[in-house]
Design a protein around this ligand. Structure first.
Ligand SMILES: Nc1ncnc2c1ncn2[C@@H]1O[C@H](COP(=O)(O)OP(=O)(O)OP(=O)(O)O)[C@@H](O)[C@H]1O
Length: 252
């Protein structure tokens, strides 16, 4: 955490038609951060991620990537994206190695052949996530946790500076989820990869993150974990998501 801003929003607003989804968002992910963005279902987390990926555009405010306006930014290979994988992985007729190799295209361009150094990056990424023994297996032959790792390896193959993960832990059992957090912690601490992870899981080990942000259309908290007790987290769990509300957070 050296103060260099990798991802930044300044006063960002976003709406779908007349529905305001994000309001006055000012947030920065700094180099070396492990920032977890939490919020109930529908609070705008994926929308915020899609804005950082340039897939949506704010109606107001500025987005900066590595200090440059997103409008001028071209180095997309510096950002590795891991989507919610269960949907993506269903029925993928590709091996681990093949899917991870597609992670190189952001760096070398889609119409280029992979060279020796590309395959080396692919092997390194597979190794980093502990899937070397399954490199030639089909994705459909993998468990949910192993698939998750394959998609992380895919994002790592482009040797990004920052990883953005959108609820990567959904659908995993407790043990697999813990292993998964350990892997992310290792990538952050040992490989120096900056991480922005989205979650609506209030039970995650937030102490592994150095920063946490709570979103519900606007940012209700950002700072070191844990979220202050007055911002009662109970309503963030999947079970109680419906009972969570902005007014309750403001009043408690
Ligand atoms: N393409 C779209 N058109 C209109 N409204 C949308 C669209 N995509 C999302 N929304 C709405 O925007 C709001 C925020 O959605 P978003 O997916 O960002 O929430 P989220 O916090 O990521 O939710 P979850 O935890 O369920 O994934 C929701 O009310 C959703 O219904």
């Amino acid at each position: 955490m050296n103060g260099v801003k990798v991802l930044e929003m300044q006063g960002v607003y976003f709406s779908y038609g007349s529905d305001v989804i994000l309001e006055d968002i000012t947030i920065a992910v700094e180099e070396g951060d492990f920032l977890i963005l939490v919020g109930r279902n529908g609070s705008g987390k994926t929308t915020l991620v899609r804005l950082f990926l340039g897939l949506l555009h704010p109606v107001q405010g500025e987005i900066l990537l590595f200090g440059d306006s997103i409008r001028k930014f071209r180095d997309w290979y510096r950002i590795g994206y891991v989507p919610q994988t269960p949907a993506l992985a269903a029925g993928f007729p590709a091996t681990v190695k093949e899917i991870v190799a597609t992670g190189r295209f952001g760096r070398i361009g889609r119409c280029h052949r992979l060279h020796r150094e590309d395959w080396q990056a692919v092997e390194e990424a597979i190794d980093l996530v502990g899937l070397s023994h399954l490199r030639d297996n089909l994705l459909t032959e993998l468990s949910g946790g192993q698939r998750q790792r394959a998609f992380i390896a895919r994002a790592l193959a482009g040797r990004p500076d920052v990883l953005i993960l959108d609820e990567p832990q959904s659908g995993l059992d407790d043990g697999t989820r813990r292993d998964f957090y350990r892997l992310l912690h290792r990538l952050n601490c040992e490989q120096g990869i900056t991480i922005l992870m989205v979650s609506h899981d209030a039970d995650m080990p937030v102490n592994w993150a150095n920063r946490i942000a709570l979103l519900d259309r606007c940012l209700l908290y950002q700072g070191p974990p844990p979220i202050p007790a007055r911002l009662d987290l109970n309503g963030l769990s999947g079970k109680a998501a419906g009972s969570y509300s902005i007014s309750r957070l403001h009043l408690s």
